[in-house]
Design a protein around this ligand. Structure first.
Ligand SMILES: [Zn+2]
Length: 417
């Protein structure tokens, strides 16, 4: 991509009222644009990052045997009444509910447990039809009173939600554990360090659930975790304080701010019983379906990454989700020889399968180009100029030192990372 063709361009000033780092840097870099409070356009650069996060999630979900599909966002009241959630106060507070043109009550999706249970009712009759593991990436709506923190808390946002249905509690927890491991692998691949935290189920279940919390100083959640083992609780369910002894291993408990980037809910048989969706066992008797749901918000993950990986100059993307691998900066482009060389490097990298953003502006100072490269946070900055002669000046975004490499040496470096 040539910078002159990229829509939109970077912005020098942070938008008014942008308190959080992700809001400031993502807007300035041209990754996202705010339509209204809690409502964001993913601009081409932001969409590229989110698409890479989505692809990592998709690969790990498919590896558990789950199947991708796509469900509607406009839900009839009747299906939500079957679970009893339509009129629950804590659901009504966050769900957009209204009458359509025929006077029927409908709601915008906050989650899809009811819709999947309705599907199971139509397509599952016997134990032979289970397990079912289905997921989709789509929009969720939340009527948030306080939509803020940049892209971390929106009134509509992208979610990956997976639902699994099983014949028994044992089968459910076997798969639940598998998804927990898949989630850890996802965050490892994305480059985000997370803690698996025990939490209360909120509007989803009376049982304990698990949150995946990224440790971030600016995070609005607080978790308590052990420095020596995997013990971790969120503040709603932890009866203790920092410095206490860990109930599991007698290690020291630490408190930390965090951002929730995923959650998984073992819902048990509640939805099956409430919505009267059963399967027949080997003896032909009706049995309740064991059910669980599992969420990750790709747009929220992008925001959390910026909160973790940035400096005073801009974003520092992990390589697995960066919008481009190389930010090629052409300097002295008014000189024909240099321009030809820069274009040649751009074309060769692209042919080699490297994603390149090429700053081809001729009327901008080196300082401005470097400032934009730091703001956008692409892992490798490669400079072609009079000074570089037959070499390329290569700098990693997260390092201070500069190397002078040949094209082949650069390519070798990119292929091994
Ligand atoms: Zn411990």
């Amino acid at each position: 991509m040539k910078y002159l063709d990229l829509f939109p361009k970077t912005i020098k000033q942070a938008p008014a009222g942008a308190e959080s780092t992700n809001h400031r840097l993502l807007v300035r870099g041209g990754f996202i644009d705010q339509l209204m409070a809690g409502s964001w356009t993913l601009l081409p650069l932001g969409y590229k990052v989110v698409s890479k996060i989505v692809q990592i999630i998709r690969e790990e979900m498919d590896a558990t045997g789950a199947q991708e599909m796509l469900m509607p966002l406009l839900h009839p009241k009747e299906v939500w009444e079957r679970s009893g959630r339509w009129n629950k106060t804590d659901v009504k507070e966050i769900m957009y509910q209204f009458e359509d043109i025929r006077g029927r009550e409908v709601g915008l999706a906050i989650t899809h447990e009811e819709i999947v249970m309705d599907l199971l009712g139509k397509h599952v009759s016997s134990y032979k039809d289970l397990p079912v593991k289905v997921y989709h990436f789509s929009t969720k709506f939340r009527n948030e009173l306080r939509a803020r923190s940049g892209i971390l808390r929106g009134r509509e946002f992208m979610m990956k939600d997976l639902y699994s249905a099983h014949v028994s509690e044992e089968e459910l927890f076997k798969y639940y554990e598998e998804v927990k491991q898949a989630y850890l692998k996802i965050f490892q691949r994305i480059g985000l360090e997370v803690r698996v935290v025990e939490a209360s189920g909120g509007i989803f279940t009376d049982k304990y659930t698990h949150e995946f919390q990224a440790l971030v100083e600016s995070g609005e959640d607080i978790i308590y975790y052990c420095q020596s083992c995997d013990f971790a609780r969120n503040k709603e369910i932890f009866n203790g304080k920092e410095g206490d002894k860990c109930p599991q291993c007698r290690g020291v408990i630490k408190a930390a701010n965090s951002i929730e980037v995923g959650n998984i809910f073992p819902l048990g048989t509640k939805y099956s019983k409430d919505m009267k969706v059963f399967y027949k066992d080997e003896k032909g008797q009706d049995k309740p379906i064991w059910f669980a749901s599992y969420g990750i918000g790709p747009t929220r993950v992008m925001g959390a990454l910026v909160e973790v990986f940035h400096d005073e100059k801009g974003i520092i993307w992990p390589e697995s989700v960066a919008p481009y691998q190389v930010h090629l900066v052409g300097l002295d482009l008014s000189e024909t020889q240099i321009r030809i060389k820069a274009e040649d490097i751009y074309n060769r990298l692209q042919t080699a399968g490297v994603e390149v953003l090429y700053d081809d502006r001729a009327d901008v100072t080196a300082g401005e180009k470097f400032a934009d490269a730091d703001l956008l946070g692409v892992p490798y900055r490669v400079v072609v100029s009079k000074k570089t002669e037959d070499k390329l000046e290569v700098k990693k975004r997260n390092r201070a030192e500069v190397e002078f490499l040949s094209y082949d040496e650069l390519l070798g470096k990119l292929k091994t990372t």
